[in-house]
Design a protein around this ligand. Structure first.
Ligand SMILES: NC(=O)c1ccc[n+]([C@@H]2O[C@H](COP(=O)([O-])OP(=O)(O)OC[C@H]3O[C@@H](n4cnc5c(N)ncnc54)[C@H](OP(=O)(O)O)[C@@H]3O)[C@@H](O)[C@H]2O)c1
Length: 268
């Protein structure tokens, strides 16, 4: 048995039915974890659960909810508690992205985005901490983005929400150090997941297409980094470049580069 994992424990993965979340769930199952998968109502969740159980032999429980809704965090935590299984990993993966002018989207859209990307992420984490503390070694893996590192017009609210995830993860890591819970944030660039995301990557031009990674590749790096208790995982070239852009380049140079890369997404 892998000494870095608590034996016979479960990993809770939000957005575990497809994309990066499903790929992370698979990597965790291969490491020996059982799975608790949360996603939107629909056939994909059951299909993912059946397939992961068949291919890896792990136990899988599923919960359908919309994480854009208020109180979804409490529903998830209540469901986990009702199962009475030990949980030693929390992966806060579910999230919403977009690209476009700020005024193209209404306040319902931004409120939903903030609920799934921030409010319910913090809520689920808070409600799961005691359970994680009981099942050490424990891990929290949060999905940031290469958009976490500096303000991004045309992805204004998304980038700000991922900057929150980044800062939150780094600070929480320090606080939970003494409780046997390691916190890692992964900040991917473009990852070829849903049709929507693929269309956004294609619209971003050749560079985006060339540097995009598969969910499987990102998941492998993420889980490796998490189990090594890394503070941050930057899978691929784009997030490393973005990190450099955010830390090293003067703001004015960065603004010019970002404008060239993203202003094409702004409708006339
Ligand atoms: N893809 C990228 O290029 C990229 C880059 C950087 C960071 N990220 C971040 O990585 C994470 C995963 O991205 P992804 O592209 O894999 O996502 P995705 O394909 O859009 O969605 C993946 C999962 O999230 C679930 N989900 C979506 N909306 C939900 C909701 N309102 N309530 C509950 N579950 C919901 C989906 O459930 P269903 O299957 O039921 O719909 C699915 O299981 C996000 O936090 C994203 O911001 C992605």
């Amino acid at each position: 048995m892998n000494a870095r994992i608590a034996p016979d424990t479960f990993a809770l993965v939000t957005g575990g039915s497809s994309g990066i979340g499903r790929a992370i769930a698979e990597q965790l199952a291969l490491q020996g974890y059982h799975l608790l998968l949360v996603a939107l109502p629909g056939h994909e969740l059951e299909e993912a659960a059946g397939s992961l159980a068949n291919t890896t032999g792990c136990r899988v429980y599923t919960f359908e909810t919309d994480l854009c809704r208020e109180n979804a965090d409490m529903e998830v935590a209540g469901w986990v508690q009702s199962l009475q299984v030990p949980v030693s990993v929390l992966v806060n993966n579910a999230g919403m992205g977009y690209v476009g002018s700020y005024t193209d989207f209404d306040h319902h859209f931004y409120r939903d985005l903030l609920r799934i990307n921030i409010t319910n992420l913090v809520g689920i984490t808070t409600l799961m901490i005691r359970e994680l503390e009981r099942n050490q070694p424990a891990y929290i893996l949060n999905l940031g983005s290469m958009a976490s590192f500096f303000p991004l017009p045309w992805k204004t609210v998304y980038a700000a929400s991922k900057a929150f995830v980044f800062a939150y993860s780094a600070a929480l890591r320090e606080e939970l150090r003494t409780k046997g819970i390691s916190v890692t944030v992964v900040c991917p660039g473009a990852v070829t997941t849903s049709e929507n995301v693929r269309a956004r990557i294609e619209a971003s031009g050749r560079m985006g297409m060339m540097t995009a990674l598969s969910p499987g590749r990102v998941a492998k790096k993420s889980v490796e980094g998490m189990l090594r208790k890394r503070k941050m995982v930057l899978p691929g070239i784009s997030p490393k470049f973005s990190w450099y852009l955010g830390r090293r380049l003067p703001g004015i140079v960065r603004k010019v580069i970002v404008k060239r890369l993203l202003s094409g997404k702004k409708p006339d």
